[in-house]
Design a protein around this ligand. Structure first.
Ligand SMILES: Nc1nc2c(ncn2[C@@H]2O[C@H](COP(=O)(O)OP(=O)(O)O)[C@@H](O)[C@H]2O)c(=O)[nH]1
Ligand SMILES: [Mg+2]
Length: 409
């Protein structure tokens, strides 16, 4: 499938591995040095503790909170595969990070269940023989079963059928073609949006609303986004506008704390979500914030006036910061498969969405639903989550996603 087994590729991956290994050693030494400095600083701080005000205390806690790079694992097939996926995108050996390798390994492992459902079976069926109309029928069933959705499946199958009518397509070429077709489907809404990679625009207030039903991972995703954003040097602020769950604010504060991002909240009972956003915008303006992340409530839209609340929040933003760049991102739990897709459709109808974030891609057999979101709801996927850790969210990359989905093992 990929040219992982060729001598060149192995050589490339092993050079990348050696470089990362060396860098890790250097980093360990650097961390040790920092730790010593920190301890020294803490000693000094303890001595003048009485004099420190709250602001100072916050500063100390920043320094003690470093989120470690994952350890470099073995030079195994996972590493080689991940390195090759990066190389295929034009990355140079010295541009690769352990974080990226770790993420790709996680993504590929996460999609294993989805993959088992169709790729493995497909490869078994295809073998090395050319594709036949019967194998297309099999593929159709397998795609549907992986929650790819009827429209996307139809599109892929009919492209393949056309190709089959024109030429003989071997198993390997079939997979290559399939990858291309799947990527086209996912890329379409991204291309249509005119934005390949969603990042906050500098010099403006960017407001990203995270919407979606309860339990899909909005708050967790927001925490991970706060980390990504602050790590990329965007001044970041969180608005805790899910005022319906008392614990929601505390949950957010824990996340904010991890990446040293402040959380604007109102803990009084039945606080108005729009009022929290109002306060947060004031704060954001005062502090010259680049990105304001807004957590919202997720009660089912049919039961309560969730959509009205979202509309109210948007109105406040429009009024207070008309030139803000607003993104309404629908958070979807991949493990909910077709149910999640239904939610997406009903949200899309009433809540002016601009993108989607797919969560819980670790260990679901329904990762294929990402394709249905692109094809049937026409939303650009902006980020994907594959785990509960702070680093387990990355900007969506269709090439990496399709490679992980169709990896051969
Ligand atoms: N395995 C896994 N769990 C996740 C992921 N994202 C969120 N979760 C879990 O899903 C649960 C609900 O998340 P939460 O952020 O509170 O959802 P919310 O109600 O939409 O705000 C929590 O237990 C999270 O740890 C993910 O990418 N992978
Ligand atoms: Mg929440």
């Amino acid at each position: 499938m990929t040219n992982i087994n060729s001598d060149n590729s192995l050589e490339w991956a092993s050079q990348a591995y050696a470089l990362l290994k060396k860098r890790q050693e250097e980093q360990k030494q650097e961390l040790q040095k920092q730790e010593e400095q920190k301890q020294e600083l803490q000693k000094q701080e303890e001595q003048k503790q009485e004099l420190t005000d709250i602001a100072n205390k916050e500063n100390i806690s920043i320094q003690s909170k470093t989120i470690a790079e994952p350890e470099l694992g073995e030079f195994d097939e996972n590493f080689t595969w991940s390195a090759m996926v990066l190389a295929a995108q034009g990355k140079k050996i010295n541009q690769i990070s352990i974080d990226e390798i770790d993420w790709l390994t996680k993504l590929r492992r996460g999609l294993e269940e989805t993959r088992k459902g169709f790729v493995t079976e497909l490869l078994d069926k295809l073998g090395d023989d050319p594709l036949t109309p019967e194998s297309l029928d099999d593929l159709e069933t397998l795609l549907i079963r992986a929650d790819v959705g009827i429209d996307s499946t139809d599109q892929v199958i009919s492209s393949l059928r056309t190709k089959l009518n024109e030429e003989v397509v071997g198993g390997e070429a079939g997979i290559k073609f399939l990858k291309k077709e799947l990527k086209l489907i996912i890329d379409k809404p991204i291309k249509n949006s005119g934005i390949d990679l969603l990042v906050p625009q500098k010099g403006k207030l960017n407001v990203w609303l995270l919407v979606g039903v309860n339990g899909v991972g909005k708050t967790t995703t927001l925490g991970k986004l706060a980390y990504l954003s602050s790590k990329s040097n965007y001044k970041t602020l969180i608005a805790a506008a899910d005022t319906f769950r008392a614990a929601a604010v505390d949950q957010l504060k824990v996340w904010g704390d991890r990446s040293n991002v402040d959380v604007i909240s109102n803990k009084s009972k039945n606080a108005d979500p729009a009022a929290v956003v109002f306060d947060a915008i004031n704060s954001a303006k005062k502090r010259n914030v680049d990105l304001l992340l807004v957590d919202t409530a997720g009660r089912l839209q049919t039961k309560n006036n969730l959509m009205d609340e979202l509309a109210k929040i948007k109105k406040i933003i429009d009024k207070k910061v008309p030139d803000a760049i607003v993104e309404s991102l629908l958070v979807l739990d991949a493990s909910q498969g077709q149910n999640g897709l239904k939610q997406a459709k009903s949200f899309a109808k009433s809540a002016d969405l601009t993108g989607a974030i797919i969560t819980k891609l670790d260990g679901t057999s329904r990762g294929g639903v990402s394709l249905a979101v692109s094809e049937e709801v026409n939303l650009p996927i902006r980020f994907i989550g594959a785990g509960e850790g702070i680093k387990d969210l990355r900007p969506f990359n269709s090439y990496e996603f399709v490679e992980a989905l169709l990896a051969d093992k």
